[in-house]
Design a protein around this ligand. Structure first.
Ligand SMILES: [Zn+2]
Length: 75
């Protein structure tokens, strides 16, 4: 649980998307089950910070979910 929370904080801090209209998804990594909050219109590949699996890749302005399942949509 703690690890997930740290990851999330890191994502928030390092991401420029916090300045944009938000459309966030909480996803869980299919490989290790870690939960990560991602921006649904992320313009770069998002990797799991626990196991390194690719979670999403940009595709036509909307991130493609590759190695993760959506847990919940956040506004
Ligand atoms: Zn993972």
């Amino acid at each position: 649980m703690l690890r997930v929370r740290e990851q999330r904080n890191l994502n928030w801090l390092t991401s420029e998307v916090i300045f944009m209209a938000s459309n966030f998804l909480k996803v869980s990594c299919r490989d290790c089950g870690a939960e990560v909050v991602i921006f649904s219109r992320a313009t770069s590949v998002v990797s799991c910070s626990v196991c390194g699996a690719t979670l999403t890749a940009p595709s036509g302005g909307k991130a493609d979910l590759i190695g993760c399942n959506v847990v919940e949509a956040l506004e």
